[in-house]
Design a binder for this molecule. Sequence first.
Ligand SMILES: Nc1ncnc2c1ncn2[C@@H]1O[C@H](COP(=O)(O)OP(=O)(O)O)[C@@H](O)[C@H]1O
Ligand SMILES: [Mg+2]
Length: 248
Amino acid sequence: MSAVLEVRGVVKAFGENVVLRGVDLAVDEHRVVALIGGSGSGKSTLLRCASLLEVVDDGQVLLDGEDITDPRVDADAVRRRLGVVFQAYNLFPHLTVLDNVTLAPVRVHGRSRSEAREEALALLERIGLADKSGEYPDRLSGGQQQRVAIVRALAVRPRVLLLDEITSALDPELVGEVLRLVREVAEQGMTIVMATHEMGFAKQVADTVCFLDQGVVLESGPPAQVLGDPVEPRTRQFLSRIIDAGRL
Ligand SMILES: Nc1ncnc2c1ncn2[C@@H]1O[C@H](COP(=O)(O)OP(=O)(O)O)[C@@H](O)[C@H]1O
Ligand SMILES: [Mg+2]
């Protein structure tokens, strides 16, 4: 099986601060990879390098075997094959929910307005938000906004969904509805890479957990192993802090 997304020896520094020191990661089709690691360990930077929002200093990122970090590659065309959702402020505030979801399919992918609209409404229906299609984002709860952001990312039929701590900015009672949607999307076969602090969720939904530490993937494997019986002392140390914080 060849990887949908492969990160090979990626190095990324901001000035003197070398954040990624040679990160390797392979994500096979229909698989869910959870990226864990302390704050500042480079999870966001890695996802931003993978989605070409940052330029890597060394190494490669391959999407379906194509080196997308090659400077000759059309970055906009590559981004159209990716679905990206961040921690917050994902939706365009001046567009209705429906227009948020149909914008890229129509403007970027050239789908007809009616087809995009139909598909968007079906997606919104599925997450119980069809009745909000005419609302502006600020009329939705944070959880509803993030669910719309996920649906918007899916509307372009991406090869892989990159999720960067998408529940971190939410009130605790809204986290569940967003994670339920991610789980559904995973069960339908979407390939997903998600940076998360939700260890319980990673345990249930991820096929692989990668622990990022000091600029490398220090340990990766099935969630039961990495989260339940880590090999590396630093993984153990990280997890014990998470347990102390009541998150595992
Ligand atoms: N645009 C940037 N400019 C300068 N430093 C950055 C930038 N983005 C991230 N960093 C630094 O990179 C390190 C890793 O950050 P980040 O990838 O956000 O970690 P994480 O998502 O794991 O918390 C931090 O030290 C952060 O300050
Ligand atoms: Mg981050």
